[in-house]
Design a protein around this ligand. Structure first.
Ligand SMILES: C[S@@+](CC[C@H](N)C(=O)[O-])C[C@H]1O[C@@H](n2cnc3c(N)ncnc32)[C@H](O)[C@@H]1O
Length: 206
């Protein structure tokens, strides 16, 4: 790699971190972290996804796009990535930075995911990935997002969550048939991962 290319990448990386940190200082409860997720965490969350059969992938809380580009890199050419963020500065940043017709960035809350899916011309999502800090959300918001997410997924679809606390488990356990929790230490701070699969009606009836 040329020196100028290297310098360009470093300055893009630093500007992402600066924007992320500034937003954390302004809205600590909404952002929930000082720096973006690590490359190891991104890979670990995305590895179990069945990319070949995914046509709608939804991302909650894309921030500066740490997962967004990695999702697009793996996604089918005919698939859509719907990224929803409550922070308007992150939405503007992503729209300016990523030019990919498969990406739709919307400003709003994950609590309205079903409306955003309808407006994007889809019925249900195959996967929903969340970086939202559930433990610091205002009362009742997390419960609402968990229920809407369950309704927005197709049977057999999965809710993938990365979090610094295990708080979210009490919201997803009653809704999802199968929840697996793991830990990723190579992230600052170390992070909990949850893979929650929506029960498949046919499998349930069997
Ligand atoms: C910990 S940051 C994750 C950023 C990025 N995905 C990463 O891994 O580095 C949390 C993100 O969730 C967003 N957020 C918080 N509450 C939200 C909500 N109700 N709906 C959508 N996004 C939300 C914040 O604006 C922020 O972008």
């Amino acid at each position: 790699m040329k020196k100028t290319e290297n310098r360009g990448r470093r300055s893009a990386f630093l500007s992402q971190w600066r924007l992320f940190f500034r937003q954390f200082v302004k809205h600590p409860g909404m952002i929930g972290s000082i720096i973006p997720s690590s490359a190891t965490l991104v890979k670990r969350m995305l590895d179990p996804v069945d990319w070949h059969n995914t046509r709608l992938f939804v991302e909650y809380g894309p921030g500066v796009g740490t997962f967004t580009q990695a999702i697009l890199d793996r996604m089918h050419p005919d698939a859509t990535l719907l990224a929803i963020d409550l922070n308007v500065d992150f939405v503007a940043y992503l729209e300016a930075q990523i030019d990919d017709p498969r990406l739709k960035v919307v400003h709003g809350s994950a609590a309205d995911v079903r409306r955003f899916i309808r407006e994007a011309g889809h019925v249900q999502a195959d996967y929903i990935l969340s970086g939202i800090p559930f433990s610091t959300l205002p009362d009742g918001v997390g419960e609402g997002i968990a229920a809407e997410t369950n309704a927005a997924l197709r049977p057999g679809g999965a809710f993938l969550i990365y979090q610094y606390s295990a708080f979210v488990r009490r919201l997803i356990d009653p809704l999802f048939g199968d929840v697996r929790g793991e830990m990723e230490w190579r992230n600052i701070p170390p992070c909990r991962l949850f893979y929650a699969v929506k029960a498949d009606r046919l499998a349930k009836a069997a």
